[in-house]
Design a protein around this ligand. Structure first.
Ligand code: ADP
Ligand code: MN
Ligand code: MN
Ligand code: MN
Ligand code: MN
Length: 361
């Protein structure tokens, strides 16, 4: 695919600050029937919404998003979180929604609904999450951005947290995304260049309960939009390049109130013990294909654990669960679950972690 629809990106600038007479452009976002894709469409609101309840419920054609049959295609969008719109600026807003079927039951890929119920049950323990979202920038031909067109860059080693035109590809995209997330109100907390060239990471968190999924999905939406502006593509595939190249994950850092307090290490160890009994259930929740995607990534090589085994260790990046060195020294803090795939649904991941470790299900 070549970029045949490219326009001069400067031209839009002269329209962006036109008066809107108090009216607001609200871009409604939702997860489509693949459980990975994000869709959005826009409507006018007469004033700035302060709360999702002030945004009308809307609908869309589910037969065009892999979500419904053509004969019964109307699906509902229920607004659930509002962010500032970094693309249109001003009073314009991004409105994250979850999706319901004609009968008002959650859509098949609406993982937020049950996640929210679980987070409500666990709210006294104030579960915090921090997700490290790894991703790869591709050229429009599907080849990693900046890689030689007929070959490969030099082996991995110099690229992680690298500096220099021969080490990192696409930093301006990463910078634009970070700024746009801060502006929008996303809980973004860092970013770095990754081990494979053209691969990057940003972190969101610590975010409490349902906010983790909400903020990560909006951060992903913003990333795809920024990439669109730059004429490149972002993939969340967990193993975009076969061979001796690192895959991409979504390490999920997790703590409860008890874990964060003095001697919290005991609660961290208890949680790891519980997780050890539910490895398969977690692997199924950690990518959109119940483990099939992660099979390509969790090989036991490239800083991963084997998909078939559960393991845990202090500062061990080859384990399923890592206790950060500092946490072991302090005696309290958080744990890192390294298994979730880069294309995971954070609602599914955070839900199953809380079910296993807090609700004891
Ligand atoms: P790594 O060393 O694995 O690369 P990062 O610095 O990329 O770690 O990411 C650390 C993540 O841990 C961040 O998303 C941060 O928000 C999260 N985090 C920090 N403290 C906590 C905590 N107490 N509970 C949950 N998540 C936390
Ligand atoms: Mn129409
Ligand atoms: Mn990291
Ligand atoms: Mn990483
Ligand atoms: Mn990590």
């Amino acid at each position: 695919m070549s970029l045949t629809a490219a326009t001069n990106k400067q031209v839009l600038e002269k329209y962006l600050d036109l008066e809107q007479d108090g009216r607001v452009m609200a871009e409604y976002l939702w997860i489509d029937g693949t459980g990975e894709g994000i869709r959005s469409k826009c409507r006018t609101l007469q004033s700035v919404p302060k709360d999702p309840s002030e945004c009308p419920i809307w609908n869309f054609d589910g037969s065009s998003t892999y979500q419904a049959e053509g004969s019964n295609s109307d699906m509902y969008l229920y607004p659930c979180a509002i962010f500032k719109d970094p693309f249109r600026r001003g009073n314009n807003r991004l409105v994250l929604c979850d999706v319901y079927k004609y009968n008002k039951k959650p859509a098949d890929t609406n993982q937020r609904f049950s996640c929210k119920q679980v987070m409500d049950k666990a709210k006294d323990e104030k579960p915090w999450f921090g997700i490290e979202q790894e991703y790869t920038i591709l050229d429009c031909d599907g080849h990693p951005f900046g890689w030689p067109k007929n070959g490969f860059p030099g082996p991995q080693g110099p690229y992680y947290c690298g500096v220099g035109a021969n080490r990192v590809y696409g930093r301006d995209i990463v910078e634009a995304h970070y700024k746009a997330c801060l502006y929008a109100g996303v809980d973004i907390c860092g970013c770095n260049a990754e081990v494979m060239p053209a691969q990057w990471e940003f972190q969101v968190g610590p975010s409490e309960g349902i906010n983790m999924g909400d903020h990560l999905w909006v951060a992903r939406y913003i990333l795809h939009r920024v990439a669109e502006d730059f004429g490149v593509i972002v993939t969340l595939d967990p193993k975009p390049m076969e061979g001796d190249w690192n895959g991409a994950g979504a390490h999920t850092n997790y703590s409860t109130k008890t874990m964060r307090e003095k001697d919290g290490i005991k609660a961290i160890e208890d949680a790891i013990e519980r997780l050890s009994h539910h490895h398969v259930r977690h692997i199924k929740a950690y990518d959109p294909r119940e483990g099939k995607d992660n099979e390509r990534r969790l090989t036991g090589l490239h800083e991963t654990s084997s998909i078939h085994d559960f393991s845990a260790g202090i500062a061990n990046r080859g384990a399923s669960i890592r206790i950060p060195r500092q946490v072991a020294e302090d005696g309290y803090g958080y744990l890192e679950d390294r298994r979730p795939s880069s294309n995971c649904d954070p609602y599914a991941v955070t839900e199953v972690i809380v079910r296993t470790t807090l609700l004891n299900e």
